[in-house]
Design a protein around this ligand. Structure first.
Ligand code: NAP
Length: 259
């Protein structure tokens, strides 16, 4: 399917690896010009070079912490016109709810709610003026189904989900489409780290934790970053104009429900 977004410009946050990179690659495959961001400049540049080589699209890189006001300012200074915004940042650390204090919650909110809100505030008005825009916020299955050790994620992402429900409907008439994409378990560094954390709690080898977690998913495997990126690219496409304020779950069937 031709997605109708060749020549558009996309800012993809936290995109040197994992799900963000999957989204960047899928957009590049459609001829979208990219602004990529991550903190580590070296890894980011390697990713950018690989995407330029494979897809032949212009790729600008901005090494900055997207969860800080200074980092966002740096990214926006380089971004220019943004037609497509993919919001993403690293997830909060796992832990026990008894141990988290106010600073932990504020940090999680800054990373997994406010960074996306601030970037929407910066980019969406221009999209409205131009009459076309797409925003995909990478959130988590944790907004539908709480994850015990990820209480900070459960909390912060619920806040972002509430904000998006309102803003998406407010700007839909101006051609701006805002949705959330909810990953279940995908094969990325983040999941390797969480499997290792669970192994440290249970005493199992990490590989056994991974194998056991595969069995909890009807698809019997973790998702791939390419599958995730393809879903994101569709949500950024010209065909997604009637998809407003949705929370799209991509989890191999792990969330057990009829609707
Ligand atoms: P990942 O493989 O660890 O990749 C994270 C990417 O984000 C890297 O490119 C990293 O580069 C960048 N990044 C992290 N913190 C950043 C920051 N403050 N500013 C700019 N860039 C930053 O993680 P992932 O699995 O793709 O996860 C992406 C998001 O989806 C996370 O919020 C995660 O919690 C959520 N999620 C993932 C899964 C899953 O199964 N993978 C499931 C549910 C939710 P640098 O380290 O160089 O900055």
């Amino acid at each position: 399917m031709e997605l109708g977004i060749a020549g558009r410009r996309a800012l993809v946050c936290a995109s040197s690896k994992g799900l963000g990179r999957g989204c960047a690659e899928a957009l590049a495959a459609e001829g979208v010009e990219l602004i990529l961001n991550a903190r580590s400049a070296d890894t980011l540049e390697v990713t950018a070079e690989e995407i330029r080589a494979v897809h032949g699209v212009p790729v600008t890189t901005v090494a900055a912490d997207i969860t800080s006001p200074q980092g966002r300012e740096q990214v926006l200074d380089h971004a220019g016109t943004v037609d497509i915004l993919v919001n993403n940042a690293g997830g909060p650390p796992p832990g026990n709810w008894r141990d988290w204090d106010r600073a932990d919650f504020i940090a999680a909110f800054d990373a997994n709610a406010y960074a996306a809100i601030a970037l929407m505030q910066a980019c969406v008005p221009g999209m409205c003026d131009r009459g076309w825009g797409r925003v995909v916020n990478i959130t988590s299955v944790s907004v539908k189904q709480p994850i015990g050790v990820l209480g900070l994620s459960n909390t912060a992402r619920a806040a972002l989900t509430g904000f998006v429900a309102g803003i998406a409907r407010d700007v839909a008439a101006q051609g701006v489409v805002i949705n959330n994409l909810l990953p279940g378990l995908h094969a990325t560094d983040r999941t390797v780290g969480l499997d290792a954390y669970e192994a440290s709690l249970t005493g199992e080898p990490a590989a056994e934790v991974t194998a056991r977690r595969h069995t909890t998913i009807p698809a019997r495997r973790y998702g791939t970053t390419a599958e995730f990126g393809a879903a994101c690219a569709f949500m950024c496409s010209s065909h997604a104009g009637f998809m407003i304020g949705q929370n799209v779950l991509l989890d191999g069937g792990a969330f057990n429900s009829t609707l």
